[in-house]
Design a protein around this ligand. Sequence first.
Ligand code: FA5
Length: 348
Amino acid sequence: MEEQIQNLRNQAIARIMALASTEEVEEAKLEYLGRSGKINEVTRQIPSLEPERRSVVGQLINDAREAIEQALIAQITEIKNKTDKNKWFDPTIPGNKPQIGHLHLVTQAIEEISSIFREIGFSRARYPEVEWDWYAFESLNMPHDHPARDEWETFFLDTPENPKLGKMVLTPHTSNGQVREMERVTNPPAGGPPIRMINIAKCYRRQSDVSHVPMFHQFEGLVVDRGISIVHLKGTLDYFARRFFGSERKTRLRPYHFQFTEPSFEVDISCGVCLGRGCKLCKSGWLELGGAGMVHPNVLKAGNIDSTKYSGFAFGWGVERTHMMKSGLKMEDIRTLYSSDLRYLRQF
Ligand code: FA5
């Protein structure tokens, strides 16, 4: 029986491959796969077999049916291609335009953010996204067991601990680049500050809801030099806000707390719809952008910078949230950005 099925399959495929017209292919389809076709003929013999052979033979028949179906489809295509080639061809007819994609919205936002900061003298830096605890927390004035660490809902890696640098983590924020950048400018042969860094990288946290994704991007600014004050921070943020969001938008600083900046602020931007007057969308007239502050002396110390000579400011914002706050964009769920829904992505 098994041999009979194998022969039927081979003969059918050989015959189908020799057919020259679609009518002949249709006839062969009936002959093999039709209700009274040869495949059904062998299928009807299954109940007469010993029970333990039935499933093996059934599987062979199914495989043969599939192979014959594939051969029929391939032969139809072959015949159609041959017929089309004999048709008259006009080479002057314009071809089909290939679909052109575009950079992802987050990549577009990253490029725009980098170029705005480049205009005012910042250099783009990149630091590891799989990082030591030391750079992600400890050097940022957050010793082990400090409760502030909880806010970062961190992914820890199951790898051996380093005696000085601690465990490995997926960077929960781009602030890991602060002490790394300070080390870069203080390690010989570099001669120390000034620093004007913009660090844009992926961050990871155990969060997912309408305003949180587990993998997102932050851009972190760090400026360290002699005589840096809050005025420089506010001026930099205003410059960025006007260039990115439009000249009518303003920023404001609200007192806040971060372990690595003192004083610390949350930065808000005036709402793009009501421009600060208050509306249904924003309620208060302001939308929250991210954190900022003056670099804490302990952080400067961890980066080998003398806090009696130098001071600095830092800020860290989410790229996705910043992009969502652009005027005219009404995105209700941050996860849409990573849903790969082409109906959404093609609009931009
Ligand atoms: C921080 O991460 C600080 N490192 C920011 C900072 C840097 C303060 C330098 C002072 C000086 P925070 O946890 O608030 O702060 O995150 C900053 C921004 O990242 C948020 O305002 C938000 O825009 C974005 N963000 C945080 N978590 C997520 C998430 N899960 N999904 C999308 N965006 C997020």
